[in-house]
Design a protein around this ligand. Structure first.
Ligand SMILES: *Cc1c(COP(=O)(O)O)cnc(C)c1O
Length: 379
């Protein structure tokens, strides 16, 4: 089955009790048993819920995986993966990643005795010197947030596999429509479904997809034991979002291409970070492992002052000033004070994230309106 068909049909069966074509929102905490221990596979809704089960199955199909697991947020899904580790274990993580992931690693798990190495993974070989007997997990994000760097997933997997290290890829920015990390050798793929999967900025949700049965059992145990499960209404919203992922992503890619070129040709714009430019350092890898370049990009102004950036950030009308991304509406964001404020300034600057960087999530509005909005804001 092709991906567009899968997005609409995979994992979804008409409701067995009524024939309802859409999976109902099973808003229940428990299920009646006919005798003690005799039930229909559902005991208590932290452990099992039919709306969640439909979504987990759909997500597994869409990421070409065997098992899906849903969580109350992307960060909760990240937290579940880290709970596979024990004190003394080591993680090699990208040095340019989602601020909330960095905060979880350094402020919560470091305290619990996990050791992190933050490495520039644009050259996969750069991780080798950090591998030792304690290395249990490699954490990658591609394209990265907010600098749109590209990490070669297959190259990372060729290092992680023989060393028996788990490779988890945060696929939030690409979405399964543009990239499937499991096919490239990753062990776990993570999504903040809050973003492209949900697609309508109306829910917080996270998920993991994997192939290995034992890994699924370990992560399911963590899901039900720690309890960061999503409610059925949120699962329903993500299920609904999935059905239009392909048409939305096609438009995000088209609009993204147009806006990236508009910015690059604008006399007041400095550097534009977008992985669809042929001179982007990750272009060749992106072209190999992705099916499109998406609608996420960042840029600086030639006047590289925070004041000039602030003026643009507060002058757009269609691009709403907000954190988050991947919704149908366009958003503009200032990573240094918003999404990436939890990363210390020295770390940010070291990794190339300047105080004047502006990030865009290009939505699916008419591209002429979007261009006009940016033109008047940049002035
Ligand atoms: C938003 C985001 C997360 C965290 O997801 P939440 O749903 O906000 O908890 C993780 N990774 C990336 C790349 C994100 O953009």
């Amino acid at each position: 089955m092709k991906l567009s068909t899968k997005l609409i049909h995979a994992g979804i069966e008409p409701d067995p009790s009524t024939g309802a074509i859409m999976t109902p929102i099973y808003q229940t905490s428990t299920y009646v048993q006919s005798a003690p221990g005799v039930h229909k596979g559902y005991e208590y809704a932290r452990s099992q819920n039919p709306t969640r089960a439909a979504l987990e199955s759909a997500l597994a199909h869409i990421e070409n995986g065997k098992h899906g697991l849903c969580f109350s947020s992307g960060v909760a899904a990240t937290d579940a993966v880290l709970r596979l580790l024990v004190p003394g274990d080591e993680v090699i993580a990208a040095n340019d990643m989602y601020g909330g992931t960095y905060r979880l690693f350094t402020k919560i798990f470091q305290k619990a005795g996990i050791r992190f190495h933050f490495v520039n993974m644009q050259d996969a070989e750069a991780i080798r010197p950090y591998i030792n007997a304690q290395t249990k997990l490699i954490w990658a994000e591609t394209p990265t947030n907010p600098l749109m760097n590209i990490v070669d997933i297959a190259a990372l997997a060729s290092i992680s596999r023989p060393n028996h290290i788990l490779l988890c890829v945060d696929n939030t920015f690409a979405s399964p429509y543009l990239q499937n990390p499991l096919d490239l050798g990753a062990d776990i793929v993570l999504h903040s479904a809050t973003k492209y999967l949900g697609g309508h900025s109306d829910t917080i949700h996270g998920c993991l997809v994997m192939n290995d049965d034992q890994l699924r059992e370990q992560l399911y145990f963590i899901q039900k034991s720690c309890g960061a499960v999503p409610g059925p209404q949120d699962c329903f919203l993500v299920l609904r979002g999935l059905k239009t992922l392909h048409v939305r992503m096609d438009r995000h890619c088209l609009n993204g291409t147009a806006i990236a070129h508009f910015l690059r040709n604008h006399p007041k714009v400095g550097k534009v970070y977008w992985c669809g430019f042929e001179d982007h350092p990750g272009y060749a890898v992106a072209t190999r492992q992705m099916r499109g370049y998406g609608g996420m990009m960042s840029f600086t102004l030639k006047d590289d002052s925070v004041d000039a950036a602030m003026k643009v950030l507060s002058s757009t009308h269609l691009f709403a000033l907000a954190e988050s991304l991947g919704g149908v509406e366009s958003l503009i964001n200032h990573p240094a004070s918003m999404t990436h404020a939890s990363i210390p300034r020295e770390e940010r600057l070291k990794n190339g994230l300047s105080d004047s960087l502006i990030r865009l999530s290009v939505g699916i509005e008419d591209v002429e309106d979007l261009t006009a909005d940016l033109r008047q804001a940049i002035g």
